[in-house]
Design a binder for this molecule. Structure first.
Ligand SMILES: Nc1ncnc2c1ncn2[C@@H]1O[C@H](COP(=O)(O)OP(=O)(O)O)[C@@H](O)[C@H]1O
Ligand SMILES: [Mg+2]
Length: 365
């Protein structure tokens, strides 16, 4: 029997469509290194993020379709990922040259779970095989040392600060530099300098994602950060009982001012699942508020995270919920949100190739 041809294999793969792009994986150029040796067919499918939710489906569909071709005895499909992200700006200064996606996690108020979402988002992305850093830029309440169990002054090498490594992440926090519990009074210029240093002087290396835990609110500290960091997008965290359209609008306006797309709103502490009734959801503060606010301001709703005492427990022990209780409802919700964020970034990077250029104007001013 005749051997299969390159064209034959590509035609067989063409009906497989990436749901995020609405296009064939062949037309998107995801099929790489196609080799045909008699009846043996080998190729890679290169995804745009390791967090692709349909990875297994793609692999199975590709194998089934190619196996069905006449003359094919054996099919080997390797799934790979090359995280897409912002392009390095031409000319302008790039404060984070090796980082492909910088994601800010913001909130209108403190105490809504911003840091919890930030650290678990980082871990969930890490869990997909991505390289991830976490920058705690909340100068008022640095919580990364407690949340990760990592502390101590970072070392420097060649005048560069080396981020701590813990839980599989690169970590940097103001908390690593504080030696006692006295509150730090920050004035605008100090925040400005610190944030800059956390980008320009920290040796982040190559990262697929850098998650930035912003200070709460839309005050000076948060604003400075959104102006200085080359953000790819922002996630706004709110709670069901603190849903404020005004805060959400303010947040959106802050990011719009510096041309940072808001990836969506996350509603934390939305409902309660009783341990003995795992199929029940009790919406203590009412249901659907986050989605409504998101719709009103015209951004995506990324998901709801249930309230669960294990979140507090894990946080206090330096084992965030996605590690402490990976099978718990909040961990599952956080992984879904991480997937949604990763896919949103891929689509954004594709649609707005000039995004990095747009950043230059405010990075350098
Ligand atoms: N889904 C949740 N269920 C239970 N407790 C939570 C949840 N999310 C956050 N918390 C707890 O709420 C407190 C505030 O969360 P944190 O992430 O520090 O908020 P922020 O960074 O916005 O100030 C912490 O004690 C944290 O463990
Ligand atoms: Mg915090």
């Amino acid at each position: 029997m005749a051997s299969p041809t390159q064209d034959g294999v590509l035609e067989a793969l063409r009906p497989i469509v990436d749901p995020d792009f609405g296009k064939s994986i062949v037309d998107l150029g995801f099929v790489k290194n196609l080799e045909i040796d008699g009846g043996r067919v080998r190729f890679d499918i290169e995804l745009t993020t390791p967090a692709c939710p349909v990875k297994e489906e793609f692999q199975r569909a590709a194998r089934d379709r190619v196996s069905a071709l006449p003359g094919v005895d054996e099919v080997q499909v390797t799934m790979t990922a090359q995280t897409r992200g912002r392009e390095t700006p031409q000319g302008g200064e790039d404060l984070l040259p090796g980082v492909r996606n910088v994601i800010a996690v913001a909130s209108g108020k403190g105490g809504v779970g911003k840091s919890t979402v930030a650290v678990n988002l980082a871990l969930a992305l890490r869990g997909t095989g991505a390289t991830v850093g976490l920058m705690d830029a909340d100068v008022y309440g640095p919580s990364l040392p407690l949340l990760t169990g990592v502390s101590g002054r970072p070392e420097t090498r060649d005048k560069r600060i080396l981020p701590h490594e813990g839980l599989g992440l690169k970590l940097m926090s103001m908390g690593f530099f504080l030696t006692d519990d006295s509150p730090v009074i920050w004035r605008g210029p100090m925040v400005h300098g610190l944030v800059r240093q956390f980008m320009s002087d920290v040796d982040w290396g190559e990262l697929d994602y850098l998650i930035v835990d912003l200070p709460p609110g839309t005050g000076d500290a948060a604003l400075t950060l959104t102006q200085q960091a080359p953000l790819s997008g922002a996630v706004i965290v709110t709670t069901a009982n603190d849903l404020s359209l005004i805060d959400a609008r303010k947040g959106l306006a802050m990011f719009e001012k510096v041309s940072v797309p808001v990836l969506g709103i996350v509603e934390n502490m939305s409902y309660f699942v009783p341990p003995d009734l795992p199929d029940r959801k009790y919406y203590i503060f009412g249901q659907g508020g986050g989605a409504r606010v998101a719709a009103e301001i015209g951004v995506d709703f990324l998901g709801e995270i249930p309230i669960d005492p294990r979140v507090v427990e894990g946080g206090d022990r330096g084992r965030p919920i996605t590690l402490h209780a990976p099978d718990s409802p909040p961990a599952a919700a956080l992984r879904e949100i991480a997937g949604a964020v990763a896919r949103k970034l891929v689509v954004l990077a594709e649609r707005t190739p000039a995004i990095a250029d747009a950043n230059i104007s405010w990075v350098t001013n």
